[in-house]
Design a protein around this ligand. Structure first.
Ligand code: HGY
Ligand code: MN
Ligand code: MN
Ligand code: MN
Length: 420
């Protein structure tokens, strides 16, 4: 019976392959001018990324499954039938990106999961329970909302039928696109229930770098509220219409943005973002007939998030009266804050200590698939620093050494959780 240390000593991370695969995956859908890559969910470029991942899973001789929402699972099986029948230790994240993205968001967690199973393979060892690497569909949610959709369906938070019917911002139906790229699998998403779930991710924020910490031990994730707001006013001549007679949808949208900035400034942790704004008819000398924009509200405290939503709705009601416009808001996504499983959080902290890394406990500002899987299994997250705190941007970067630190902690936690 090998002790954990003997067993663990044989199992070593192959950092070179991990770094090479991050580079290779990062080249798929890459735009040479901006240096960013765009692999928006269910596009041809994302299919190319999926195909590459599946090829790497095949090289590791993993048991591959695709579920009905296109989540990709690669499993390293144990030796005995009893062990094979156990719920898997799952390591997951996503490989879809926003537009003009960095190479690490999501991909780092999935490929580090491959690195963990590669360490077993190269040491010719088998785990005592299945280890499943998951790449969840449409984590970013930029084309089809809500975001984190694949893991949400896996966690039973959205029915597969509703998900497949989703119409994207480009008018396409999610189910058709999934079929078109050849990833409409047959596994029932809710049939995949992990024993525990781990996600390694770049912080995508400035804290670890500012405090010169190597590892983030994530205790909780913020709540997220996404809305699409449409304001209908009256198009009119910019030169002949007195200011007091206008129903200006553009001005109304701008006043909501100012209101949101003041709301966030007056609260402890609430963040408010209007990331997309379209005016029509979008002409220099015509008062805007309509404005369509998105609102992204976040807060680690559910009551604060609800209060921000209520205050926004109250402001919109007053604005409708004052400006004589019609305002409709549609909820695109709504996730409550999540507190991670303390046993796993403690395990991650102990691993960081054992490996001699500086670390701090922290909240995740971004949403992650772990937020969904935490509904069905104990989940934990590990962060590594982001240079200048930048993400969702081609300048996203984490040093190789820091990337390997995170993967080391992931491997160590896996070995501890398997108690091999
Ligand atoms: O928006 C988010 O935080 C997630 O990455 N979709
Ligand atoms: Mn991500
Ligand atoms: Mn992201
Ligand atoms: Mn995310």
């Amino acid at each position: 019976m090998t002790s954990t240390t003997d067993f663990a000593n044989d199992i070593r991370l192959n950092g070179a392959v991990l770094l090479a695969q991050l580079q290779q995956l990062g080249n798929i859908g890459c735009d040479t001018d901006s240096g960013g890559r765009t692999r928006i969910a269910l596009t041809d470029d994302e299919k190319a990324g999926r195909d590459q991942l599946v090829a790497w899973m095949r090289e590791l001789d993993l048991d591959i499954g695709i579920d009905q929402i296109g989540n990709i699972f690669g499993t390293l099986l144990p030796a005995t039938p009893e062990e094979k029948s156990l719920a898997p230790l799952m390591i997951g994240s996503h490989i879809d990106t926003v537009k003009n993205a960095g190479a690490l968001d999501g991909c780092y967690g999935v490929l580090s999961g491959l690195a963990v199973v590669r360490a077993f393979r190269e040491a010719n060892k088998q785990p005592n329970r299945p280890i499943t690497i998951a790449a969840f569909t449409n984590e970013e949610g930029v084309r089809y909302q809500p975001d984190m959709m694949g893991s949400l369906v896996c966690a039973g938070g959205l029915s597969i039928d509703t998900a497949l019917q989703t119409i994207g911002t480009d008018g396409t139906r999610l189910g058709d696109e999934l079929k078109r790229i050849g990833y409409a699998g047959d596994i029932a998403p809710t049939s995949v229930v992990p024993y525990e779930y781990l996600e390694l991710h770049i912080e995508q924020g400035p804290i670890l770098e500012a405090e010169a910490k190597q590892i983030g031990v994530v205790e909780n994730l913020q709540g997220i509220s996404w809305q699409k707001i449409t304001i209908q006013g009256n198009a009119n001549h910019a030169g002949t219409t007195p200011m007091r007679l206008r129903n200006d949808a553009g001005w109304a949208a701008a006043s909501v943005m100012t209101f949101l900035r003041e709301l966030a400034a007056s609260s402890t942790n609430t963040l408010a973002t209007v990331g997309s704004l379209k005016l029509a008819p979008d002409l220099i000398n015509v008062i805007a007939r309509s404005a369509t924009f998105t609102v992204d509200l976040r807060d680690p405290d559910e009551q604060q998030l609800r209060s921000a939503e209520r205050r926004l709705q109250a402001y919109l009601a007053v604005l409708e009266q004052q400006e004589g416009v019609k305002i409709v808001s549609k909820q695109l996504a709504r996730f409550e804050p999540v507190i991670f499983n303390t046993r796993l959080v403690d395990e991650i902290e102990t691993s960081a200590q054992r490996l001699g890394f500086s670390y701090r406990r922290m909240t995740s500002g971004a949403g992650h698939d772990a937020q969904m899987i935490a509904r069905i299994a104990p989940a934990g997250m590990i962060f590594v620093p982001s240079r200048d705190g930048i993400s969702h941007n081609p300048r996203e970067h984490t040093d190789d050494e820091q990337l390997l630190n995170g993967a080391q902690v992931l491997l160590d936690v896996v070995l501890q959780r398997l108690e091999m």
